[in-house]
Ligand binder design. Structure first.
Ligand SMILES: NC(=O)C1=CN([C@@H]2O[C@H](COP(=O)(O)OP(=O)(O)OC[C@H]3O[C@@H](n4cnc5c(N)ncnc54)[C@H](O)[C@@H]3O)[C@@H](O)[C@H]2O)C=CC1
Ligand SMILES: N[C@@H](CC=O)C(=O)O
Length: 371
């Protein structure tokens, strides 16, 4: 049995594998079996024989190389990714609650979200590419949910499942307007600036963060601020602020010559970041400050919005300077949280928390999307 088949087998309850399909269980198609997708399988394995496991039935699993139907546990090679993606909807069947879990970083998969939603297949995603890029793509997702009467579970796209999007939506549902958001939205950059000491090379810490599964598959997505831009766009749009990508000012940590490299050459180029970061760190240290990669969204006096993302040097007692590990720390101002913001803090990257965020959304859909 292949390693993937063995992981999937452990995630199936005997009842799920042998019993006929019933309307009581939502059927899942899991795309991506890397850090996050692997942790989804792990969490499902822990639910075998529990009421949580009984709510969900794994009907299809795929990565870039192979797809697998849990009822047979026989992997099928995927010569082309596009071909694999057209197998997803048929594998989920025609009726009942059907959910695609996107645990990839693939633009090709993200481009399928709207089609699935419009067919009535719910989508739960850790990938930010459908809702965190162009405003047009975000609008297509909104419209597809209406057309298919389907739900888009996006809790894992910002804060790796921390209750950020949920809190913003609940504030709005209660009549509040969000007036500003500021905070640390990247788990990997939080980890990097919580560990970097200005002595050991920054590039070594980047490799550690990547090997721990905190960075994007290409760490330039994090270091350039692009991943944080996407998260800020997702938060802003949830807050009712329909920003376009280029309305977020992004100060990248990646010099142009590294940005232009093919992905295979990135690792060897990382030490080129070291002098730049050493200089930023030394200056902040001299002033008694801490480096933090901050995203800000603010309403201007004229009613417009400004949004920016970049590395700031904060005084040690600044409210956003605290936290440890991969902690995200986000302050939200609204009508009711006007003087003192609502602050949400906790791990913002890592396979376990992200998988939990994905499965929270899947369970919520399986239970009928009740709050
Ligand atoms: N690692 C983390 O802490 C967090 C990650 N995320 C998001 O989760 C997603 C996955 O991240 P990781 O698991 O770390 O990446 P990874 O690189 O470990 O895994 C990606 C998986 O996607 C699969 N894949 C790629 N294209 C595919 C396709 N067309 N069809 C099926 N499978 C495909 C790959 O084969 C691989 O199994 C990313 O979008 C990331 O932004 C979100 C929150 C936290
Ligand atoms: N690479 C991301 C992972 C979660 O989205 C991060 O560092 O926050």
């Amino acid at each position: 049995m292949s390693a993937l088949a063995e992981d999937v087998r452990r995630s199936l309850s005997v009842a799920t594998a042998q019993a006929p399909r019933t309307a009581a269980r939502a059927r899942l198609a899991l795309l991506g079996t890397g850090n996050v997708g692997g942790a989804v399988l792990e969490r499902l394995a822990g639910w075998v024989g529990t009421p949580f496991g009984e709510k969900l039935e794994l009907a299809y699993v795929a990565n870039t190389r192979q797809s697998l139907h849990p009822h047979t546990l026989t992997p099928t090679p995927l010569p082309q990714t596009g071909e694999g993606l057209s197998r997803v909807a048929p594998a989920l069947g025609e009726d009942g609650t059907r959910i695609v879990i996107d645990a990839t970083a693939s633009a090709e998969v993200a481009a399928r979200h709207a089609g699935w939603l419009a067919q009535g297949i719910h989508v739960v995603t850790a990938c930010k590419l459908a809702r965190g890029t162009s405003l047009a793509a975000w609008q297509v997702i909104e419209a597809a949910c209406v057309a298919g009467d389907s739900h888009y579970g996006d809790a894992a796209t910002v804060g790796a499942g921390l209750p950020l999007l949920r809190s913003i939506r609940e504030l709005r549902a209660g009549g509040d307007r969000v007036t500003a958001i500021a905070g640390v939205l990247s788990g990997s950059l939080a980890w990097l600036f919580n560990h970097y000491d200005g002595l050991r090379p920054f590039s070594g810490f980047v490799r550690e963060a990547r090997d721990a599964g905190y960075t994007e598959p290409d760490p330039r997505e994090d270091l350039s601020g692009e991943d944080v831009r996407r998260k800020l766009l997702i938060l802003a749009r949830a807050a009712g602020v329909q920003l376009e990508q280029d309305e977020v000012e992004v100060a990248s940590l990646v010099p142009d010559e590294i940005a232009a490299l093919p992905k295979e050459e990135v690792d060897a180029s990382l030490p080129r970041l070291d002098p730049l970061l050493r200089e930023r760190y030394a200056k902040a240290y001299k002033n008694g400050e801490k480096l933090r990669f901050i995203a800000r969204l603010e309403r201007n006096a004229d009613g417009g919005w400004s949004a920016r993302v970049g590395l700031d040097a904060l005084s040690v007692d600044h409210p956003l300077a605290g936290g440890a590990g991969t902690d995200n720390k986000v302050a939200i101002w609204s009508d009711r949280y006007d003087d003192q913001p609502l602050v949400i803090q906790g791990p913002g990257a890592g396979a376990g928390v992200t998988a939990a965020g994905l499965l929270d959304d899947a369970l919520r859909i399986a239970r009928g999307w009740k709050k």
